[in-house]
Write a protein that binds this ligand. Sequence first.
Ligand SMILES: NC(=O)c1ccc[n+]([C@@H]2O[C@H](COP(=O)([O-])OP(=O)(O)OC[C@H]3O[C@@H](n4cnc5c(N)ncnc54)[C@H](OP(=O)(O)O)[C@@H]3O)[C@@H](O)[C@H]2O)c1
Length: 315
Amino acid sequence: MKAVVYNTYGGPEVLKIQDVSIPKPKSNEVLIKVDSISLNPVDAKARRGGFRPMSDLLKFPRITGSDFAGIITETGNRVSGFKVGDAVYGWAQPLLNNGSAAEMVCISEKAIALAPNNISLSEASAIPCGALTSLISLRDLAPIRNGHKVLINGASGGTGTMATQIAKIFGGEITVVTSPNNSERIKNDYKPDRIINYTKDDFVNLEDQYDVIFDVQGNKAINEVEHCLTSNGIYVTTQPSIYSSIDVVKSVLSKKKSKIVICRSRTSDLNMIRLWVEENKIKPAIEKVYDFDQFKDAYEHLATGHVKGKLILKI
Ligand SMILES: NC(=O)c1ccc[n+]([C@@H]2O[C@H](COP(=O)([O-])OP(=O)(O)OC[C@H]3O[C@@H](n4cnc5c(N)ncnc54)[C@H](OP(=O)(O)O)[C@@H]3O)[C@@H](O)[C@H]2O)c1
């Protein structure tokens, strides 16, 4: 099968299309004919060697990509939740799975769900990583209650657009931080209560306090945002690092907590997200759909750090 692979760590220039063997599903896995994938910064981080030394244990060539949607063509003999022909979506966690930018992907049945029935598979592929990360952050790590004041820092990309919509479902009063390039779109599509233009104002210099700060952009730290949190406020960052881990430990003794989100793909969470999509409470934001052979252009655009929602690669 054809796959977008890299044989050495590096930028988008190391990617190429290569023939690789079709994976064989283990007993708890399904084989999926991939319709589309969407691009995530984590794909680029893995490709650049950002998960070394752990990623050195995996062999080259490595298939890039993580989000996907497609049709099941084969099931392992212990798979009970899905059958051949099901349209599914999910996130193939880098380091644990082969990448998704391939004609076929093999993955545990526990990491996928039926795709929403009111959107295309391309649109469905835009959802998993951003929505799962936002759900874990805003339901489990910093549970939003009705009327909570919530700030989403970095609301215009793949994760921020999902976080804004999910925070709304949970009843948050939402402030989003974005550039002026995206503020009109965010205002019209998601109707947040307030928009802060980060090219003009840094939210840490403003007076307002929040019950939850979801730092999707990950360019702050608890000591910078502490005064912006209410007395029991929670700060969640998407950036695991030695510094953010120390912040988490230090905040154990404080009423204001610092937490790090790590995305995980689970059927129950994807099912919840699917229902929200089918009830029109969530819709994916897609900037551009690329053909398979345009993979380099797509990953170069991702590298700008200014994607408006998601980029899709048709397989
Ligand atoms: N820990 C996890 O499991 C996990 C899961 C998902 C994502 N992440 C991480 O979260 C980050 C964001 O992911 P993503 O999927 O949303 O990426 P993305 O789709 O590439 O979006 C990036 C967005 O950031 C905005 N941005 C750039 N500079 C900004 C700034 N100074 N302040 C506020 N917003 C800014 C851009 O909007 P403008 O054009 O308006 O600037 C762009 O839309 C990445 O670093 C990713 O690796 C981690």
